[in-house]
Design a protein around this ligand. Structure first.
Ligand SMILES: *[C@@H]1O[C@H](CO)[C@@H](O)[C@H](O)[C@H]1NC(C)=O
Ligand SMILES: *[C@@H]1O[C@H](CO)[C@@H](O)[C@H](O)[C@H]1NC(C)=O
Ligand SMILES: *[C@@H]1O[C@H](CO)[C@@H](O)[C@H](O)[C@H]1NC(C)=O
Ligand SMILES: *[C@@H]1O[C@H](CO)[C@@H](O)[C@H](O)[C@H]1NC(C)=O
Ligand SMILES: *[C@@H]1O[C@H](CO)[C@@H](O)[C@H](O)[C@H]1NC(C)=O
Length: 849
């Protein structure tokens, strides 16, 4: 950032510079301001970091509202009175490595609210007696590496509020606490880490005794203590005393610890730092001085040379209620004293190869036992016996591998409530928990298990409320895998698998379950009744599976759900029916990393997404998958308005499609009628011009053609007078559409229409059509009477329906053809009678007659 400020001067107007200038102009002004402002605004108006600026003084751009100011790595050199008057609101001031050598009186006068002052790594040469005046709220003062050699002249006696004073990495040689320490009544933490203290004498800590301080942590690590005079700590009560890498050798340590006589301390930490090993071997009696120390907790840390001679380890600490052994090369448990009072015992990073159950069983008062992170620990053959108070066993993060878990390992431990065997190698669980009926917590995660999944191993754990078998390579085959766990509230089984990658009724009796984690279980399907019993479930994690859908029927019973993680599946959409069953109690829903379909078909879902942003987690990872053009687009950035348009299109189509279909269907059905109407319209114009070429136009079924020729055409055309008939097979013009012919040649040119009505006629669509035309023609033009000749075998009902009213119209003639001589005679008389009406005789015809 500072580099950007230094703009090249000479070539200010080269094209390159112009480009840079242009870019700067385009950067939003805030960012540009930031680039030019040497202080980083960590929290707007509240926290600023002005590191390494070579500035002297508080930079002017730091506003007076600032509460946290980091001025480290500047060049302040000397602080004068009211140096920080421009930032009176400060709570935290960091002046690390600012080359400060002088702090004059009243330098911090204005900082009444300052609670933390850090002066690390300034080589102070002069401190005014009123240097820290005004710091009436100071809680933490860090004077690490500030060249302090003596406590005597340190002007801090008035800081009543001070809780933490860190004097690490200085040259303090004496622990003689000056009188003013009695005033520091709030002091809780006092560190002399890495100083030059060699001797601690009686009276040095009198200030602490006088103040009757009950809760002070005193750190004396990394000094070079050669001697602690017995009585120095007598009647002193500390919360914690830390002595790590404080002694140069074993015998110095042993005698010095004897000097702690009379100390009362809540926690004593003794040992080394892993990178500052000074003591080589543990020897008998090292801790013998501690017999005279009253303590609650003893921590022994980072001793490597621990191969042998450890039998006295517990001699003086057997009555301590809590012992932590951390990073010790302890291979065996040392002799346990009779009537030990130890209630908590922890061995972390120890070198046991076998769980030392027999010896540990001698700690009769044991309530909590932890053996963790011991990479040599792989065997568990010994048995714990008669530890009636034992409640917690934590053997996590070892390399344990054993069979027959878990009852046989714990005989007469009736109060065992927690059992943690997580992060081990492999354990076979037989289902024998008879000694552990009161177990509440069982953690087996990340340990390869044999047993669970194949048969109901947890049957007798009726009180268990917490079970973690995540990542245990459990393959759930038995539907009764979790049978018996009637009190279970938390079930974690991520990273396992189920038979056929399917959840089927596996959780039937877990009615009290609150939390269920079945993430990463390769699930492709969830059966309908799976969650029926889980009406109290609050958290469900079913993420990282291969589920294609969120079936409302399946998830409906989960009406108490508050958090649902359905991320990393293959969901394409949440249907309306699914959104409806999401319970009101839900406050957290993660459906990120699914294969969403971003199409307007799912408009409701996409709308819902935008409305429910408070509920949805990881919104930025809700990504479209299909259609291809939306791939990797955020669901939130999907443009809903693009759908509104096509929604109207869709509606339009939805309405128009059937309409068009109906329309086309009608056209198809009434094609003839339509066509006829067209011709009719054009025909109207010509009708006047046409003469009555024919006496009658005969419409008939082609199947009756023989009858027509024999019984109608021959008698009528050859008879006297001869009538001229129009017959479609004979008189229609070739090359002209049939309908045109019917209209123009048939109806327009004939005075009458003869319809030969037979069964064939009634069945023929074509004939019906012609007949319809004839009827409507009659109505339109008022012309041409219709002569209906009904052949006798016709179904009378059908006939009545087809011919309708026509037969009753005055101008129409209704004739029945009967094949009897007498009937035929009457028929002929009637027919010729009708045909003669309005006949125009031409000359030749008259002559012939
Ligand atoms: C901070 O400065 C502004 C003027 O820049 C002044 O009005 C305000 O009173 C000051 N606040 C404090 C706490 O000094
Ligand atoms: C003692 O101080 C520690 C922190 O240093 C604190 O957690 C604890 O509550 C304090 N105990 C009492 C009795 O004040
Ligand atoms: C069991 O131990 C592991 C590893 O130390 C820890 O993460 C886990 O929380 C413990 N389980 C319980 C139930 O305390
Ligand atoms: C189911 O749980 C109830 C109590 O919640 C219990 O009485 C019943 O025996 C259990 N049934 C099975 C099959 O475990
Ligand atoms: C669900 O499980 C996954 C993988 O096991 C994990 O990353 C995620 O944080 C869990 N979700 C919640 C809400 O705890």
């Amino acid at each position: 950032m500072p580099g950007l400020q230094k703009m090249p001067r000479r070539d200010l107007l080269t094209p390159r510079t112009l480009v840079v200038l242009l870019q700067l102009a385009l950067v939003p002004s805030q960012l540009a301001g930031c680039l030019l402002n040497p202080c980083l605004e960590v929290v707007p108006d509240k926290a600023f970091r002005c590191v390494g600026l070579d500035t002297s003084g508080v930079p002017p751009e730091v506003p007076n509202t600032t509460q946290s100011l980091d001025l480290s790595f500047n060049n302040l050199k000397s602080l004068g009175s009211n140096y920080f008057s421009s930032v009176p609101e400060l709570h935290l001031l960091d002046l690390t490595r600012c080359h400060i050598h002088t702090i004059e009186d009243n330098s911090f006068q204005d900082l009444h609210k300052l609670s933390t002052l850090i002066l690390t790594a300034n080589s102070l040469q002069y401190l005014g007696t009123a240097a820290f005046y005004g710091l009436t709220s100071l809680k933490k003062l860090v004077l690490v590496e500030t060249n302090i050699a003596s406590l005597t002249d340190l002007p801090i006696g008035h800081l009543h509020t001070l809780q933490e004073l860190n004097l690490g990495n200085n040259n303090i040689a004496s622990l003689k606490l000056p009188k003013y320490f009695t005033n520091l009544t709030s002091l809780r933490h006092l560190s002399f880490l890495s100083n030059k203290i060699t001797h601690i004498s009686k009276g040095d800590l009198d200030a602490l005794r006088e103040a009757n301080r009950l809760n002070l942590t005193l750190v004396l690590s990394l000094n070079n203590i050669k001697y602690i005079q017995p009585g120095s700590f007598a009647k002193i009560h500390l919360a914690e005393l830390v002595l790590r890498s404080s002694f140069e050798n074993f015998s110095v340590m042993q005698t010095s610890l004897q000097g702690l006589t009379g100390l009362q301390v809540n926690r004593l930490i003794v040992g080394e730092f892993s990178d500052r090993q000074r003591l080589v071997d543990f020897q008998r009696g090292l801790l013998s001085g501690l017999c005279q120390v009253q303590m609650q907790e003893f921590v022994l840390i980072c001793f490597r040379g621990f191969e042998d001679d450890t039998d006295t380890l517990f001699n003086c600490i057997g009555n301590v209620s809590s012992i932590r052994l951390v990073d010790l090369h302890l291979e065996e448990v040392s002799e346990v004293p009779m009537f030990s009072q130890v209630k908590h015992l922890e061995c972390k990073k120890c070198k046991f190869k076998e769980v030392p159950a027999v010896k540990l069983s001698l700690f009769k008062e044991l309530r909590v036992l932890r053996i963790t992170q011991s990479k040599h620990l792989n065997s568990f053959r010994q048995k714990f016996e008669s530890l009636s108070n034992l409640e917690v066993i934590d053997f996590s993060e070892n390399r344990l591998s054993f069979t027959g878990c878990c009852s046989p390992q714990f005989r007469k431990c009736p109060n065992l409530k927690h059992l943690n065997l997580s992060f081990n190698s492999d354990i076979s669980v037989t289902g024998d928990f008879t000694n552990m009926k009161n177990l509440l917590y069982l953690d087996l995660q990340h340990t390869k298990l044999f047993g669970p999944g194949s048969y109901p191993v947890f049957l007798s754990l009726q009180k268990l409320i917490y079970l973690d078998i995540s990542n245990t390579r459990t393959h759930v085959k038995s539907q009764c895998t979790f049978c018996g766990l009637n009190s279970l509230r938390v079930l974690k089984m991520a990273g396992n698998s189920f038979q056929n990658n399917k959840l089927a009724n596996n959780f039937k009796n877990l009615t009290h379950l609150h939390t269920l984690d079945i993430s990463s279980c390769k699930l492709v399907q969830v059966d309908q009744s799976t969650f029926d019993a889980l009406s109290e479930l609050k958290e469900l994690n079913i993420s990282n599976n291969k589920l294609l859908s969120f079936d409302p029927v399946v998830y409906k019973p989960l009406q108490a759900l508050t958090a649902l993680d359905f991320s990393h599946n293959q969901l394409s959409v949440l249907l309306d029916s699914a959104l409806e069953i999401l319970p009101n109690s839900l406050v957290l829903l993660d459906i990120s990393q699914n294969l969403f379909e971003c199409s307007c078909v799912h408009l409701n879902f996409l709308k819902w997404i935008k409305e429910k942003q408070e509920l949805l987690q990881n919104e930025e990872s809700m990504i479209c998958h299909t259609p291809a053009y939306t791939k990797n687009m955020s669901l939130l950035s999907f443009d809903l308005s693009s759908c509104q348009l096509s929604a109207t299109t869709v509606t339009f189509l939805v309405i128009m499609l059937p309409a068009a279909t109906v329309f086309l269907f009608l056209i198809y059905k009434y094609y003839f009628q339509l066509y006829y109407s067209l011709v009719l319209l054009s025909g109207c114009k010509h009708s006047a011009e046409r003469g009555d070429t024919y006496d009658a136009f005969v419409i008939h079924s082609s199947k009756d053609q023989e009858w027509v020729i024999k019984e109608l055409v021959e008698p009528l055309e050859r008879g006297t007078p001869p009538f001229q008939l129009c017959l479609y097979y004979r008189d229609f013009l070739p090359g002209v559409p049939i309908v045109t012919n019917i209209i123009q040649e048939g109806f327009l040119s004939s005075r009458n229409v003869i319809a030969v009505i037979s069964t064939n006629f009634l069945e023929s669509k074509w004939c019906s059509f012609e007949f319809d035309i004839a009827q409507s023609w009659q109505l339109v033009e008022g012309k041409a009477g219709i002569i209906m000749i009904v052949l006798e075998e016709v179904n009378k009902d059908l006939l009545r329906r087809k011919l309708g009213l026509s037969r009753y119209l005055r101008r129409n003639t209704y004739l029945e053809w009967k094949n009897k001589e007498i009937s035929r005679h009457i028929f002929w008389r009637q027919l010729t009678g009708v045909l003669l009406e309005g006949k125009k005789w031409n000359h030749e015809e008259v002559k012939l007659m």
